[in-house]
Each structure stands twice: as structure tokens, then as C-alpha cells.
Write a protein of this length. Structure first.
Length: 135
């Protein structure tokens, strides 16, 4: 399993993104089953469609929302049950500047994927116990 971060998904679905080519290569590996199922946090879904709405418009954002919700390769992870743990991770950080969503990703990745995260976020990639793809 691998956790999918919004930086990865936005880059993949936005051909204008500087990381699009690398994201397409990672997505091909993911769809070939290299890491098994992808975990998509509810928070990440919200970030992806919001960013795509701002950068590419409502039609693209709606299409991507439909694709993500229908993807059999993905498990949508509700955030209400893991909210308090994410708050604690967010509060405890000393050296990093993780967003709240990234703190939630860290917890999920450590708990369910041995730290594996598809991301272009360098702050997230530098967290102890996180293995960023691409590295």
C-alpha cells in the first residue's frame, strides 16, 4: 500500500505542473500494482479538487473528483476517526513545518504503509519514517 499525497495527484492531473512527467511515471508504476492499493485521505481529496478548481477550472476538478471516487485501486480513508491523532502529530512537530493534512498523512503512512507516500512535498519527504516516491 501507498498513501497518495495531493502534490502527487495534482501534478498527475495537471499537465501544466512542473512535476507532471515524474507523476505520470509514478502513476504508471502504481497502476501496474507495484505498491498495491493506494490510500486516499478524505483531506487529500479535498485539497486535490480545490487546487485543480483554482488552477484548471471546475470541469477538470469535477472530472478528477469522479475518477478518484470511482478508482478501484484506491481506498478512500475517512478522517474523522484519525483526527485527534493528527492533531497530536501536528502539535508535536518541532523541526518540520507540516500542514495539518501532511501530519495526517504521516500517521496513516506509518500505520498502514510502512511510511510509503507518493509525494513531491519535500517537507513531508524529510520526515523520519517516511519513504517518498519518487525519491
Amino acid at each position: 500500500m501507498i498513501v497518495l499525497d495531493s502534490s502527487f495527484l495534482v501534478a498527475y492531473h495537471n499537465t501544466r505542473d512542473t512535476h507532471h512527467k515524474a507523476a505520470a511515471e509514478v502513476m504508471a508504476r502504481f497502476l501496474d500494482g507495484e505498491w498495491g492499493r493506494g490510500l486516499l485521505l478524505e483531506y487529500v481529496f479535498l485539497e486535490v479538487v480545490t487546487v485543480l478548481m483554482a488552477r484548471r477550472g471546475s470541469e477538470v476538478a469535477s472530472e478528477v473528483a469522479d475518477v478518484l471516487l470511482a478508482a478501484r485501486e484506491l481506498e478512500l480513508v475517512p478522517c474523522s476517526e484519525i483526527f485527534i491523532e493528527a492533531v497530536e502529530t501536528f502539535r508535536r512537530q518541532k523541526k518540520s513545518r507540516l500542514s495539518f493534512v501532511d501530519a495526517t498523512i504521516v500517521n496513516l503512512a506509518r500505520d498502514r504503509t510502512d511510511g510509503l507516500v507518493a509525494t513531491f512535498d519535500r517537507e513531508l519527504a524529510n520526515v523520519r519514517g517516511i519513504q517518498a516516491i519518487p525519491d
